[in-house]
Design a protein around this ligand. Sequence first.
Ligand code: SF4
Length: 382
Amino acid sequence: GQCVTHCPVGALREKDDIGKVLAALNDPETITVVQVAPAVRTAWGEDLGMPGDVATEKRLASVLRHIGFDYVFDTNFSADLTIMEEGNEFIERLKNPDKSRLPMFTSCCPGWVRFVKSQYPEFVDNLSTAKSPQQMFGAVVKSYFAKKADIDPSRICSVSIMPCTAKKAEAAYDNMSSAGYGQDVDYVLTTREFARLVRGEAIIPEALPEEDFDSPLGTYSGAGVIFGATGGVMEAALRSAFYLVTGKNPDADAFSAVRGMNPWKEAAFNVGGNEIRTATVHGLGNTRQLLDAIKRGEVKYDFVEVMACPGGCVGGGGQPIRDGQELAKDRAPILYSLDRSKNIRFSHENPDVLKMYEEFFEKPNSPVAHKLLHTDHHAWDM
Ligand code: SF4
């Protein structure tokens, strides 16, 4: 419970990354860039004793700037980018007469990717090759962004604030250095570590004004922000897949059947005359049951979203903890309300993502997109 944040042993265990981030912030030669995952904004105020209407995402941006980050960006931006890559990849697999790579599994949760690699290696080629939003972001920061802002990428320290302890291991994999300047994401702080950093710097968030994230990597659609809740990646991907197949946008809420805390949700949607069968599962026990059912031929899907943590990233292992309380179900509605509040609710309409394709990546799944935004799941061993 609260002890995790106050207990000196916990502090020692997680101290390293905070210390390294502070060193980077204090080094005048280093340009610090931070990204914040969708789920973090639902919970960052909990350990700081702030009510939800004070602990907003705009105040979070302000706190990060106050701590000294040079650029304050949003992982939601690269969640939209993930959908561009993964949505196109899904449509390609769907059209391919060889159906061996269906169902396609989402690949943004490193807890799940480790699980499938170690326990069900026969499904590794069914994973999307799209990197997670965290890793796409890191690769974009040290390539496209550095170029655009005219910064020497070797001076950039790329930090992420994540709901997740598995994201630290993901950022450290040898092959997560595609931009060619060290790791694409240098340090990962959990939501709890971030709260400790704020306290350690004696910042009073309540006293700071609300501010916007920086542009261009701070812009996001409603589809990007729901990534933090179970069913969110699936819903965001379906919104764009529908557009890719039919050339028209669906109603933004057409796929809301994939929402909710039910541990294993099935749905089927008609997308331009194709029936797409989906499953959304969270928690690794439920995932095991689902994979076994696929293996026994009892169920058949085209697209499956898996999140290792109950409720998805809002219930992640790096989020604030209250003894015996399941907080994911209270945090997810914050993301759905941010989605509803957005003028743009489709990843393929994020203007800064589209501009980046125009200026840099050309199109989804292009050779440069493959180099920076996709990964080989066989490149590292458990
Ligand atoms: Fe990390 Fe859990 Fe989210 Fe997976 S579901 S990315 S393990 S917080």
